[in-house]
Design a protein around this ligand. Sequence first.
Ligand code: UT7
Length: 322
Amino acid sequence: MKAKLSALSSYAPEKIITNQYFEDIVETNNEWITSRTGIIERRYAGNDEYTGDLCYKAAQKLLLENPELNLEGTDFIIVSTTTPDHTVPSVSSQLQYRLGINNPGTIDLSSACAGFIYGIILAKSLIMAGTYRKVLVFGADTLSKVINFFDRSTCILFGDGAGVALIEASVEEKIMNSITGTNGGGGQYLYRSSLSPEINGIPVIADSKSHQNGRIVFKWAVQTAINTVREVLAANNTTLKEVDFIILHSANLRIIEAVSAELDYPLDRMPESIRYFGNTSSASIPLAFHQAVLSGKIKRGHRLLLAGYGGGLTYAGILIAF
Ligand code: UT7
């Protein structure tokens, strides 16, 4: 049994937060934010809007945009998020109820910015094993709810959003080989802790807010993204010439530019969601992917290389024939 990505959608909340918003909160300015990150604006969920709501709206858009689609018969729902509405019950279990899907298995996974790709890999593997035929994979976060608004180096980065992909059994192999990896020794460089006050024996701030050593993570992210692209190419016995688009996790436009330069791969074939959505962690890849589909840039038949990297530190990459 093989797997394909049969439909894709995304949703971002309505509230737009410009860079100027932060000028009143911390010592920063629009010029610094755009030149150091590429971010022009981001979206924040409403006070009473959570990750589960963004997923639900993404699923509704998926159905609106694909009228022939029916979620009935979905065997399994995977939600990648680090900002679930509750620790228990899971976001995925509540989506089962809200979407009215009859008795699927449900699981939330926590691999931060690589999580959407981990979800696709899991979905594909479950289908290839013959366990399931139809799996919904969500990547969603409401990072605005866990921002430390006293820290200028992180508060300007994050935004909220959700993406969803329907992965189904297929005769042709459309979801190809993937790679994954972890450097847990770097866990303390990007974290959100609420219970333990230390990671790897190093004291951390257990205040349930996001904390990051930007400089260290930046260097790791650039090298990891480059390695991931190369490893995915090798795993699929292919070359960059045969890849129509590379979609990296959108953490910083400078990371995408650095990878483009190092691989000598055109920047205009690297769709991103950083400029208008900020860093949306699990949602960033499906947001960029869906925007590029809507604009007509990415079309059916294109070969796409997806790569994510972030908290853990974890990373993952996969090749998809769309
Ligand atoms: O999503 C998961 C993976 N995450 C990433 O890949 C994120 C990687 N990191 C980054 O994107 C960047 O490191 C940041 C955007 C977080 C920071 O940019 P940077 O160019 O690495 O800045 P820096 O941390 O080296 O700081 C340079 C200067 C510092 O001032 P001094 O020490 O040189 O006086 C910072 O205090 O910029 C200062 N700074 C700011 N200035 C104005 C930091 N944040 C701000 C700010 N406005 N918002």
